[in-house]
Ligand binder design. Structure first.
Ligand code: GLC
Length: 546
């Protein structure tokens, strides 16, 4: 890739779910002090940037995605001064910092929503959110049939009779993005943090901001997989065309600041074409490629997703960004360790089904990492992925905290299983997550058998997932073929993916049931598992110099 290309075209960005990364003050919850103390770890891992989940002042109804004040850090995590120090120190370590911004909604404790409640129906204060009269004779039915992503209706009625919209929890009222004040406020928030040195933002629910002005009922539900190519549906609140105006304005704000500031959109779009619309020269820089994350461990599925993504993003000059796991989805060793019955559909929950073969899941996860890191563009690593952490599927019900658990009437356990605090060192919980003498246990209990998965236990063990990531990330930094650019598919039998990158690099992934002889090469750079007699075992991957 060209040495002058902006960093975000090829960056490996490590996702820090702040609550669960490292606890600096011993209260059982991760914080900014914890992140600062682990910067040397992140540097030695070899990542280019960190994305930090929301750290703003929040009542934590959705662990920070309910923001009460975008210009304050929640005391649970630290202070604005500490955030500034973290940004500075990260930069000294050569690591960029990308906070999360949550424009679709605020907390119900945000000053604007409090003012809207106080001012009553018909007031200008209510226009910054989505308030409506109900349906039915006495207005006792919600204004339409929209449902909350966390279960139940997307509307809550106030004692004064009006309803307000919340696509997520009732504590997360949706903002009205047709309102100029909302737009001005967010541009000002972006400037507030850009001027404190952040290198970009991850945009939460980037596809949700604009609602159909008439708030019509939902279109008919689609069947997940009828074998037809996926079509875009004109949806009343997801991925509406007018949302791009917002991001054109944001791009202008980012461009006011020196250095390459950049945005990554969390946009769940129906098709690669729709996703590509977010990333344009006058729009956002990148968008998470969730099609890759949702693909099953299947050579055809993966290849189609890779080709379609590269083609569509390439057509608008944007790099792809690959992602396997995050704080909202079942960790991938636990997904890959199961037979997947159907293609996973955006905006729907994936439920692990059937018995788990974790050894298989981890073998595939190791191979998937080498595939992902060999693909053109950037990549995301979710904290703990580099340790091979599985989903914690047996959290006791009384510790579950994700609002999904309550909102689904206890039918969906929610996302806590991928948010369990990171094991750093030692033989038992809190495994170094909290300092010696901590006053509280980690906010979610860590499994008793994680001693072998700690950073300490894996460091220096060449067979560990951690050392695989470390080696891969360091090779990726140095190898001129990796990062931004293009790929060529090489001839390979069914079930084997072989891709070439120039100059002189090949990645082979064996998704078949038979061993596959490594193609011609000058040296083996890295393999996801032991290779004997030149044969790549099923569910293994190799990086070759050719
Ligand atoms: C995004 C976040 C998720 C959060 C939701 C509401 O999908 O990734 O964690 O609950 O938005 O803000």
């Amino acid at each position: 890739m060209s040495p002058t290309a902006p960093w975000w075209r090829s960056a490996v960005i490590y996702q820090v779910y702040i609550r669960s990364f490292a606890d600096g003050n011993g209260d059982g919850v991760g914080d900014i002090a914890g992140i600062r103390s682990r910067l040397p770890y992140l540097k030695s891992l070899g990542v280019d940037a960190i994305w930090i989940n929301p750290w703003y002042k929040s009542p934590m109804a959705d662990h920070g995605y309910d923001v009460a004040d975008f210009r304050e850090i929640d005391p649970l995590f630290g202070t604005v001064a500490e955030a500034e120090r973290l940004i500075e120190e990260a930069h000294e370590h050569g690591i960029r910092v990308i906070p999360d911004i949550v424009p679709n909604h605020t907390s119900d404790r945000h000053a604007w929503f409090q003012a809207a409640l106080a001012a009553g129906p018909g007031s200008p204060e209510r226009e910054r959110y989505v308030f409506r009269e109900g349906r039915g004779e006495d207005g006792s039915l919600p204004p339409n049939d929209w449902v909350s992503c966390f279960g139940g209706p997307a509307w809550t009625r106030l004692p004064d009779g009006e309803w307000y919209l919340h696509l997520f929890a009732p504590q997360q009222p949706d903002l009205n993005w047709q309102h100029p004040e909302v737009r001005r406020e967010f541009e000002s928030i972006l400037r507030f943090w850009f001027s404190r040195g952040v290198d970009g933002f991850r945009i939460d629910v980037a596809h949700g901001l604009i609602k159909h002005p008439e708030l019509p009922d939902l279109p008919a539900r689609r069947e997940p997989d009828d074998g037809q190519p996926w079509q875009h549906v004109d949806h009343p609140h997801w991925d509406r065309d007018e949302v791009h105006d917002v991001y054109r304005a944001w791009r202008r704000v980012a461009d006011e600041f020196p250095g390459d500031r950049s945005f990554v959109a969390e946009a769940w779009a129906d098709t690669p074409e729709r996703l590509a619309a977010y990333v344009r020269e006058d729009g956002l820089h990148t968008a998470f490629n969730f099609d890759f994350l949702m693909a099953s461990w299947d050579p055809k599925d993966l290849r189609t997703v890779i080709d379609d993504s590269l083609a569509m993003l390439g057509s608008v000059g944007a790099p792809a960004t690959w992602v396997l796991s995050n704080h909202d989805v079942v960790r991938h060793p636990s997904r890959y360790g199961r037979k997947v019955a159907r293609r996973w559909v955006a905006n729907e929950r994936y439920e692990p089904a059937g018995p788990l073969d974790l050894e298989l899941g981890i073998r595939r996860a190791r191979a998937a990492a080498l595939l992902m890191l060999a693909l053109p563009g950037g990549a995301y690593v979710y904290q703990g992925e580099e340790l091979g952490l599985p989903e914690v599927e047996d959290l006791p019900e009384d510790v579950l905290q994700d609002p999904v658990w309550e909102r689904s009437g206890h039918t969906d356990r929610g996302r806590d299983g991928c948010r369990v605090p990171i094991p750093w060192a030692g033989r038992r919980a809190p495994y170094g997550f909290s300092p010696e003498g901590a006053t509280a246990a980690p906010w979610l209990p860590q499994p008793a058998d994680w001693a072998s998965r700690t950073v300490e236990a894996q460091t220096g063990d060449e067979t560990s997932v951690l050392e695989l990531y470390r080696t891969a990330l360091h090779l990726r930094r140095e190898h001129p073929a990796l990062g931004d650019g293009t790929l060529t598919w090489l001839d390979a039998p069914e079930g084997v993916l072989a891709l070439g990158r120039d100059p002189g690099f090949v990645c082979v992934v064996n998704l078949s049931a038979e061993p596959y002889p490594l193609p011609d090469h000058t040296s083996v750079l890295l393999t996801s598992g032991p290779v004997e007699n030149g044969l790549l075992a099923p569910d293994q991957a190799a990086w070759l110099a050719v």
